[in-house]
Design a protein around this ligand. Sequence first.
Ligand SMILES: NC(=O)c1ccc[n+]([C@@H]2O[C@H](COP(=O)([O-])OP(=O)(O)OC[C@H]3O[C@@H](n4cnc5c(N)ncnc54)[C@H](OP(=O)(O)O)[C@@H]3O)[C@@H](O)[C@H]2O)c1
Length: 276
Amino acid sequence: MKVGFIGFGEVASTLSRGLLDQGVEVLTCVEGRSPKTVDLAKSAGVELLLTFQEVVESSDVLLSTVVPDQAVHVAKEVGKNFKGVYADLNNVSPSTVKEALSYVSPGKTTDAAMMGGIKNGLKTPIIASGPGAEIFAELNQYGMNIEVIGLEIGQASALKMLRSAYTKGVSALLFETLYAAYQMDVDEVLLGYLNQTEGPFFQESATSRIKSSAFHAKRRAQEMDEVLEFLSYYEDPLMIRAACEFFHLLPARTGIIRKKPADYREMFREVDYKGE
Ligand SMILES: NC(=O)c1ccc[n+]([C@@H]2O[C@H](COP(=O)([O-])OP(=O)(O)OC[C@H]3O[C@@H](n4cnc5c(N)ncnc54)[C@H](OP(=O)(O)O)[C@@H]3O)[C@@H](O)[C@H]2O)c1
């Protein structure tokens, strides 16, 4: 099995290491890419081909792991005449993934979405849908964690959007609730009571969400734009619109946070969330 990566950043380098350990041949091309990408590919030990076209011709499975706004562009560049299975793993909306995969022919296409950060390596849960999803999921025999959820392009990315609507909506709510509680010095007590109804791991996940909301606010705002646009096809989403606005306004209120805060109270001390 030969797996080719288009785009070799955090996701590709993490998955590659795991796949190489399992005896899979991994290919990429770093022609014209940044020094960071070149270093990642060299240190991962994958086979470096001279052109993206060679990667296309040599791969059984091609994984697009670029950045969201390049998903359509790369599919257009490399999808023509690809004969294997092309999986788009970028964080994009169902309409974007449909557009990107429309350029892949005659290969089979897969809409794939990571349901969490890549830090868990090959075990990171990935959901997949589309005509190529079953073949893409054969990578499970090499340690990947792919669940096929449907036959249509757009189903996996839609599920990812719905999950984002929930997790980011809750994060926005938690931030505002805890910030007010912190001002009154009752945040720890509040978390204790919430733990009783929400379960034993709630406090840890709640505080982690608050810290990463602030640290990744800019990226989250872009993701919420996509979520809002997507949900607006089905309803007039008041909560998601508010959460989207929350993430757009947050960076101005917190200032630039260069390092993920170790403690949410420490972060709240620095923040002027009143927005005056
Ligand atoms: N990281 C995560 O935990 C995570 C979780 C879920 C989904 N995702 C999605 O997975 C994708 C990859 O994420 P990542 O964290 O690996 O991103 P990343 O670290 O920023 O890496 C992106 C890679 O794509 C390359 N690239 C950009 N434009 C390209 C183009 N036109 N042609 C070829 N290569 C190109 C970049 O090269 P240069 O360095 O030269 O720009 C870099 O190697 C994203 O769409 C992201 O939304 C990531």
